[in-house]
Design a protein around this ligand. Structure first.
Ligand SMILES: N[C@@H](CCC(=O)N[C@@H](CS)C(=O)NCC(=O)O)C(=O)O
Length: 311
């Protein structure tokens, strides 16, 4: 198998979700540090327009969105399992909620003035302005990732309070007794809040949740080899995209070979164009050609993405 390359940046919570998972699975990996804001020409050479973080590359196969990256890493390295059979549904449902509703509350809470000061304090005023403008444009007209602050605080307390009660009842993990994908989705929210200076005090009311966090933290990240984005593009160019069994669900009227776009439905709604290779209930794969990276398969989860005939 070609090497696992994670396109990520140090302060990104969703990157942390996958770094911790790579540590838990004991996988060797390579890290490309990508820009936190647009432009991201080397990332977009691989994805075709998807700009969110992180993105995983294995040769000429590009995996967008951590929900899909978790599936792919679990198939590559099944231990410890992310979807234990006795929790298969609860783990997926909880993970999806932690990555969306809980993350929206976490971002709203962290981006209060006190949190901004500790998260972005190392940047110059011009850099802070550029970051804010980038994120405003990315959130779009629905102002995704923001909610009223009082509601965000209430959501965090309700979620953390019920997890605390569950740990107190002797349940070992976020979605049941066994470790699962839900633990990684919960983890990155706490990781993010813990970085928000005085605002991290919110967590002090939840000692069992903090003890669970400390246990998760011991997975670490393994030891990634840092490479630059040119090296990652060269690795894609050298590789052939994996041959897939082209199968397309027919209910949307699409067929393999159709020109389509895939677009996130929530934020950073940049369409990626390509030729449809495969479409199932859980995944969509496009084939695209890049002048620098060559032929690529770009994979997305089905949930949270809109697949449309191009033009
Ligand atoms: N649903 C996506 C969400 C990823 C996400 O929102 N990542 C943040 C960084 S933690 C992001 O893309 N921010 C804008 C950027 O990095 O350009 C996933 O699970 O991968």
């Amino acid at each position: 198998m070609a090497d696992i390359i994670l396109h990520q940046y140090a302060t990104s919570p969703f990157s942390e979700k996958i770094r911790l998972l790579l540590g838990a699975k004991g996988l060797a990996w390579q890290a490309v540090e990508i820009p936190a804001i647009l432009p991201k020409p080397d990332l977009v050479a691989l994805t075709g327009g998807y700009r969110r973080t992180p993105v995983m590359q294995v040769g000429a196969d590009i995996y967008c969105d951590t929900a899909l990256i978790c599936e792919v890493l679990d198939a590559l390295a099944p231990t410890p399992p992310l979807y234990p059979a006795a929790q298969a549904a609860t783990a997926r449902l909880a993970a999806a909620w932690f990555d969306t509703a809980l993350f929206t509350a976490s971002v709203t809470y962290v981006f209060q003035p006190a949190g901004v000061a500790s998260m972005l304090g190392h940047l110059s005023p011009a850099q802070i302005q550029a970051f804010s403008a980038d994120r405003k444009a990315m959130r779009g007209d629905t102002n995704a990732l923001r909610m009223p602050l009082a509601e965000a605080g209430a959501l965090l307390h309700e979620a953390f309070g019920s997890l605390e009660a569950q740990f107190a009842a002797g349940v070992g993990h976020a979605a049941g007794e066994a470790l699962s994908v839900a633990d990684f989705s919960l983890y990155h929210n706490l990781w993010f809040i813990r970085r928000a200076g005085a605002l991290a005090q919110l967590l002090e009311a939840y000692p069992r949740l903090q003890a669970w966090y400390a246990r998760m933290n011991t997975f670490g990240h393994g030891r990634p080899r840092v490479i630059d984005s040119e090296e990652a593009i060269a690795a894609a160019r050298r590789a052939d995209p994996v041959a897939l069994e082209a199968g397309v669900m027919t209910d949307g009227g699409l067929q393999a070979g159709d020109p389509v776009t895939v677009t996130p439905t929530d934020y950073a709604r940049d369409p990626v164009a390509g030729v449809l290779l495969s479409l199932t209930a859980s995944r969509v794969t496009l084939r695209r050609q890049d002048t620098r990276a060559g032929a690529l398969n770009v994979h997305f989860p089905r949930q949270g993405y809109h697949v449309q005939r191009a033009g």
